[in-house]
Design a protein around this ligand. Structure first.
Ligand code: F6P
Length: 319
């Protein structure tokens, strides 16, 4: 194997750069030429390639976002689009492709292998942490640190004004970010798609606590469950607090990657190159406990990641 390519795709996640750096540096050390594909699958279709040397990735571990840039490419979702991408890839003369991204991007990688036999290895990167078979995806740790920092700040003003704050967080269809942020900030309630919400019961509980002297109330809602405005409409006049809404939005995707995300990304990058070199393709690198393992993409994509609902109970118990 002489030449491999790497791309980042879908929503960016802090730590993607560290993964790129590991792929490039480890690849070069193993005697490979590494080509970066700019703008994810859109760049693959356009043949937007750049050779990445050892020095091109210095100082990027600590940077959020992705130096290769990224896209959500509608054309790549079609068979014709993937055929165009495969043609460009073959013209490039690369023998392996590392895809760093979330579930949609990994689906694309799997289809490139199935339809065009392009040797792909996936690295899970998504703040949503909704990719199965891996305990953690790159970016979720940094994201959660951003979210809990924001909630702590909101708590200061919530207490000062004796208000309720409804904080909407990302996660697409997963409640992971909301649950973990709620658990670790002691939020009064967490509203997630995995658990149906009974607004009357919730309002009663919050009102009781208010009567007992509680001076603030934080409700964390996952975007996949309801909008913060809907939650406010259901609760505002029942809980005895003046209410404010905060939608954290894309701030959750940026920032300097934490130690955890850097280590995860660097080690996954190295393992992805090893998987390509050993021909174990159409796989994804996963963190299981303390081990980095290879899982067939078909398994990853056919299994929905489950939330540990014991943590939901715990969040409620400790609030
Ligand atoms: O998958 C990451 C994510 O940030 C989700 O949490 C969110 O629903 C989505 O991407 C937002 O996507 P976009 O940046 O394309 O609006």
């Amino acid at each position: 194997m002489k030449r491999v390519a790497v791309l980042t795709s879908g929503g960016d996640a802090p730590g993607m750069n560290a993964a790129i750096r590991a792929v490039v540096r480890y690849g070069v050390k193993k005697g490979l030429e590494v080509i970066g594909v700019r703008r994810g699958y859109a760049g693959l279709i356009d043949g937007d390639f750049v050779k990445l040397e050892y020095k091109d990735v210095s100082g990027i571990t600590e940077k959020g976002g992705t130096i290769l840039r990224t896209s959500r490419c509608e054309e790549f979702k079609t068979e014709a689009g993937r055929a165009r991408a495969a043609k460009k890839f073959k013209e490039l003369g690369a023998e392996g492709l590392v895809v760093i991204g979330g579930e949609g991007s990994l689906t694309g990688a799997h289809l490139l292998y199935e339809e065009h036999k392009i040797p792909v290895v996936g690295i899970p990167a998504s703040i949503d942490n909704d990719i199965s078979y891996t305990d953690k995806s790159i970016g979720v740790d940094t994201c959660l640190n951003t979210v809990i920092d924001a909630i702590q700040k909101l708590k200061d003003t919530a207490s000062s004004h004796e208000r309720a704050f409804i904080v909407e967080v990302m996660g697409r269809n997963s409640g992971y970010i909301a649950l973990m942020a709620g658990l670790t900030t002691g939020a009064e309630a967490v509203i997630i798609p995995e658990v149906p919400v009974d607004y009357s019961q919730l309002a009663e509980r919050i009102l009781e606590e208010r009567k007992r002297g509680k001076i603030n109330c934080i409700i964390v809602v996952a975007e996949g469950s309801a909008s913060a405005y809907t939650v406010a409409r259901h609760l505002e006049y029942k809980i005895g607090y003046e209410t404010r809404i905060t939608i954290l939005g894309h701030i959750q995707r940026g920032g300097v990657p934490t130690f955890f995300d850097r280590e995860l990304a660097l080690r996954m990058g190295v393992e992805a190159v090893n998987a390509l070199l050993e021909g174990e393709v159409d796989t994804m690198i996963a963190l299981q406990g303390t081990e980095y393992v290879r899982v067939p993409l078909a398994n990853v994509l056919s299994t929905k990641k489950k939330l540990d609902l014991r943590l939901y109970e715990l969040a409620y118990l400790l609030s």
